[in-house]
Design a binder for this molecule. Structure first.
Ligand code: AMP
Length: 448
């Protein structure tokens, strides 16, 4: 069929609507990219966590970032800020109500129940590392997507577990070069908390008119959360407020005393914080947070936190199972490490492979593979043509040797080996390059 001649073909280009250049897309508010420059810190944090968890006998667990919303509503608590205001919740096309996890303890407990880990030798010790999501107001140290490293000990009620978890969290920060203090409190059993809650309401109710709208709501719905209020008026009122320690039953008091005795025994520095209650509903008995030792009292910039959550498993439909854990805020610790310009050693590279011309590049590509297979740390920049540019990179990396492969070396079956410290060069048989370098490395080590 002949194509109809279109009128638009006759249009002059100036009549066509101006094409708008597409706007660059920025990250979603509160989300951010983690760039290569930060990765030495991330790597150090992860490897330190892994080493510590191996040493303390924890196994790694990874749970999905997306869970059924009721997991968090039941586990973390409907009236908590995290669930009420900060969850990324949505309905899937299939009609399921799901949420991005705001924390990982509920997910780990769900996995414990789902996989029948109750039948394993108890306690089950698990650690995780992953992203959490909270639709909080973005500000310094607070992101909408952030990472936590956490440890959970499930199936043991003894106070020694609470103390050891606080010890591991403290030790972790210490291994990273951060001196911290554990702020600690006990919130007892749900029964103790109910009595305390009534005492707290009775104390704050006559002062209600001076509270902000937000805190009035808290007084009504979740009075313990008033203790976390950042309002200076509440901070002033708090001084005289009842303290939960006076509402603990004998067994809870005893449990808490033992946690403190264990911490004394291992020399973990702690401060009693009578108003520390933590934001999530599932805590029972011990609660703690870690702050940098130099941090002012009353600061809200915790590097990590944790506690005991004996009732959570039952809330999630499992058998009653005592458990405790902690989570460290990875992003915050990294900011802290960067701020103190703590030197993270750059990756050490021993050899740089430089090339000249197409033949040299081909041979250098193969030599690089040989070095890598022999386990040597080598670097290259095959995209560069100039030897000078490649030598500059080799110098910047601080390598001990640079190999140079040009057209002549390809024809001769040789490689030039340049000792970067001495500034000397020698020509070696290309087939023996790995052995020659290995020998040189041993020599350098012996000289050092
Ligand atoms: P939480 O259990 O809520 O106290 O969280 C444990 C740790 O995770 C905190 O002490 C913080 O270091 C970190 N954290 C919590 N929320 C955020 C956030 N929105 N952005 C960055 N880090 C966070």
């Amino acid at each position: 069929m002949p194509l109809k001649k279109s009128n638009s073909a006759a249009k002059k280009p100036s009549d066509a609507p101006a094409k708008k250049a597409p706007q660059p897309i920025t990250p979603v508010r509160g989300m951010r990219d983690i760039l290569p420059a930060d990765f030495p810190y991330w790597r150090k944090m992860f490897e330190t966590a892994q080493g510590l968890c191996d040493a303390y006998g924890f196994d790694r667990i990874e749970t999905p970032v997306l869970e059924d919303t009721p997991l968090f509503v039941r586990g973390v608590g409907k009236q908590t800020d995290v669930v009420e205001k900060e969850m990324y919740s949505f309905e899937t096309p299939g009609g399921d109500k799901v949420s991005l996890r705001p924390e990982n303890t509920a997910g780990v407990c769900r996995a414990y129940i789902h996989h029948g880990m109750l039948n394993l030798p108890q306690p089950v010790k698990l650690w995780y590392w992953g992203q959490m999501f909270r639709h909080d107001r973005p500000q310094s140290g607070r992101y909408r997507q952030f990472w936590q490293y956490g440890c959970e000990i499930i199936g043991e009620e003894d106070a020694v577990v609470d103390a050891q978890l606080a010890l591991i969290a403290w030790r972790y920060l210490k291994d990273l070069g951060i001196e911290s203090t554990v702020r600690i409190n006990s919130i007892g059993t749900p029964e103790c908390r109910l009595n305390y809650r009534n005492a707290l309401v009775a104390y704050f109710r006559p002062k209600r008119s001076r509270l902000s709208e937000e805190d009035k709501k808290r007084l009504l719905k979740n009075p313990l959360r008033l203790l976390d209020s950042k309002d200076p008026v509440v901070a002033e009122m708090k001084v005289e407020a009842p303290q939960i320690v006076d509402w603990l039953d004998e067994s809870s008091k005893n449990h808490f005393m033992r946690v403190l005795e264990y911490l004394d025994e291992v020399g973990v520095p702690y401060q009693l914080d009578p108003f520390l209650v933590r934001g999530l509903d599932y805590y029972t008995q011990t609660v703690f947070e870690l702050y940098e030792a130099t941090e002012e009292e009353g600061s809200q910039n915790a590097l990590g936190g944790g506690g005991r959550y004996d009732g959570l498993m039952e809330l999630l439909g499992g058998r009653p199972t005592p458990a405790a854990g902690f989570a460290i805020g990875v992003d915050r610790v990294i900011s802290r490490l960067k701020a103190s310009s703590q030197n993270i050693e750059p990756k050490k590279v021993d050899v740089f492979v430089a090339q000249l011309g197409e033949g040299g590049r081909k041979k250098a590509l193969a030599i690089f593979e040989e070095l890598r297979e022999a386990g040597m740390s080598a670097s290259e920049n095959f995209a560069k043509n100039s030897i000078k540019a490649q030598m500059d990179i080799a110098n910047r990396l601080g390598v001990k040797w640079t190999l140079i492969v040009g057209q002549k070396e390809v024809l001769d079956g040789t490689v030039i080996v340049r000792d970067m410290d001495a500034g000397t060069q020698e020509i070696v048989d290309a087939r023996k390059i790995v052995q020659v370098l290995q020998k040189k490395m041993i020599q350098k080590e012996q000289e050092a």
